[in-house]
Ligand binder design. Sequence first.
Ligand code: GCW
Length: 709
Amino acid sequence: TVHRHTTDLAMAPGSREKLAESTLGAARDELVRGLGGLLGQPIPVATGDGGTVPDGTVLDGAVVVGTPTSSPLVGRTVAARDLAAVGDEGYLVRSVSKGRERFTVIAGNTDLGALYGTFAFLRLLQTQKPIDHLRVAESPKIKHRLLNNWETERLYAGNNPSGLGGLNGESGAIFNFAATGASAGRNLPVILDRYLVMARALASLGINGITINNVNADNAYLTSARIAQEAALADALRPYGIRLGLSIRYTAPTDSRFAPDTLTNSQLDPYGADFRGWWHRRAQQIQSAIPDFMGLTVKANSEGQPGPQDFGYDHGDGANAIAAAVAPLGMTVHWRTFVYNAEVDNDRLKRAYLEFGPIDDEVQPDGSRGRFADNVFLQTKNGPLDFQAREPIHPMFGRMENTNQALELQITQEYTGQNWMLAYLGPMYEEILKTDTYATDATGKLLKKRLVGNIVDGTAQHHPDTAIVGVANLGNADNLTGHHFAQANLFSFGRQAWDWTLDSADIATEWTRMTWSNDRRVVDTIRKMMMGSWESLVSYQTPLGIGHQFAEGAHYRPDPADWAGRDDWSPIYYNKADSVGLGFDRSPTGSNLAAQYFPRLQQRYGNIDSVPENLLMWFHHVPWGHRMDSGRTFWDELVYRYQMGVQYVTWMRETWDTLQPHIDARRFAEVRAKLAVHEADAADWRDTSVNYWKEFSGRDVPVDDAPLS
Ligand code: GCW
């Protein structure tokens, strides 16, 4: 059994889901439901007292789930050594023969491991893999596989934008903390079906934590009333191994909502007892309601959020202060590195490393290096700008030897088509995770394991504590993610968070089989659509490494011209279009961002002849006549890419139509409608961009690529 900490935990009236009473209970329920659905017949359940199957029950054909503690049969059928090797959250799935009886054992060292194994077993069945000779042994490569649920920002899966699901007064967020109108009775602590659908989906992927609120944090989440609501949510998710975290605002202690326990600005000194004491008390209060609470995520001195720099201190001082306050409670602090203070450097992309690098490198009084505390993770976006469809890796990966690193990926499609465009991001995550950092040791020798994935899973630089974070695409839409294909991004993130070495095409196949059909033709067609979709989006939005070119605010449509606001938000800051060419010179003749990378990458990126063409304009101001690998001029290649990108979307729309006989009518129509919008909006990107660049290049659109609409 799992412990519940609130007394009033209840499902909303009329719910179809039911609260799991324990992790193994959840495993049993999944098998009953999953096998029942797949086999089309009721599944008998035998709960053996002490693990033995009750007399008279035939073991032949059974599926036995548990740990050696919950079931001696599990202990007898799998070798202790094999089980020990998969660790706390891993599992074994084994086909066993005993006399004439053949059965399947799903074993974990913990109940959670057994639940993960259960989902893996169901996945094998659902994807029609053979299950008669199973010898599966799995364990996650990364310890904390987390979601950040921004809740109030960049949400494309809610009732507002998608028109799917949701009730009167709900914000579109997945969790109801403060819904009004007809939905007021559906607020936490009332548990809604969708929370458990979400929990089951996340557990099936091995996601083990969720920070529930936006990093632009609202202090309301720390009030007593909210904590009581959060405790109910934590109780409901606990059987699925999903722990809760919160994003916090650095200056929360001064909020009058916490009166009488409020501080004044002058008490916010990170080295003072007042500041640390406040965070300790608040964390203690949370922990007494949510004993397995993970910790706090902080966006500080970034985009208007307050932070230690407002009080004359740096990120290390601030992060360590909160970390020290929560360390005795076993909690962590995820300190985000998405900072770009204009005073640091003219090139926005260089700023984070310039601020964090020296703190990581600093020699400490005891002679060791690195000032960040052990329970601090620096949480860094995959690239140095901001979740653009393709970016070079963030130069900090590998460079921060002395600090725990968490990789932050965006699942919600802020810059990748929101809930309108079909863009499967598995290949993007894969590209990032498998990029070689060329990291070296202190003597300059290349590390053996040095892909971004190795940095994140700790094998490169021997970090025992590891984390990966996805910015969630969850909302109250009845399919949870808005676009049906957006589910694939959550799925892929989860699978890659578990094992970053997986192939994104295999993941697409798996998802397609589980979501749409096991028909060979359907699987091949959908996988093909998915696998080219991200590259096509890159091509019609921001080909060849041209940075952020989005219209202000929404980040959906193109607007390569100047914005009125901050200069480092404006597309012209990134495109630098002129009569010579296009792109931002970050080579040694320009800002020299290239120098922040390890030597091999520094040389590769710094030279226009060796930089990968798909990153070209991230690092160079490229002359219009520059000769490309294809033999085309840069201008011709650019136009060609925009065209190809749109053509791919046309092909996807036409191809989807051929699947009509194989797909249920509702989902077929919903995807079809989205693809039509997608195609029109992709064409808008191409036309707006090409017509704008043409003003600078003074060149014609190549005849082959005409007509632009
Ligand atoms: O991409 C930008 C988004 C903001 C976001 C910010 C961040 C939550 O436009 O909406 O704020 O990044 O990551 O902090």
